[in-house]
Design a protein around this ligand. Sequence first.
Ligand SMILES: *[C@@H]1O[C@H](CO)[C@@H](O)[C@H](O)[C@H]1NC(C)=O
Ligand SMILES: *[C@@H]1O[C@H](CO)[C@@H](O)[C@H](O)[C@H]1NC(C)=O
Length: 167
Amino acid sequence: MHSYLYRGNALFTFALTVLAFMCGIASLTDNFNSPSPTSEVQVLNINWFQKKPDGDDEISLTLNVSADLQSLFTWNTKQVFVFLAAEYETPKNSLNQVSLWDGIIPTKQHAAFRIHTANKYRFIDQGSNLRGKEFNLTLHWHVMPKTGKMFADKLVMTGFRLPDSYR
Ligand SMILES: *[C@@H]1O[C@H](CO)[C@@H](O)[C@H](O)[C@H]1NC(C)=O
Ligand SMILES: *[C@@H]1O[C@H](CO)[C@@H](O)[C@H](O)[C@H]1NC(C)=O
């Protein structure tokens, strides 16, 4: 009985050691993968653009987002969280970041996609800074691995500009 328990324990310890080793290798090999995601975003339409009664600007856009994030997926990838943000400067803040759309990509097969959508979250400025505003659209991703550390990165698409007047 005693030696049976002891053997079980030794086996368990060995299994744990192997598991820890595999996890180490998993996150290590993951670091050698240098992903090269691509994305392209177009603003297809300004649906409306107004100053709200409280004085803050709000705009509604229709976006054409295409992205290929397949290279983020390795066998150690659990899922990828992705969001598209409008980023711009105002006199008060050097970076204003407004999330316009997000999604969770469960598998590599879903990682090359195209969506045609109005902004999912409201594009509101903390003030009335949006007329004629130059902005970037930035695709951010957070890769959640099965084991090891989460990592995040982004792609910046520059050169967008909002209309000069409300409509
Ligand atoms: C959306 O973008 C893709 C490529 O990124 C392009 O092929 C397609 O024509 C665009 N759709 C519209 C409606 O502009
Ligand atoms: C857009 O991104 C570029 C490159 O990261 C940066 O130099 C520029 O200041 C950004 N523009 C705005 C309006 O935030």
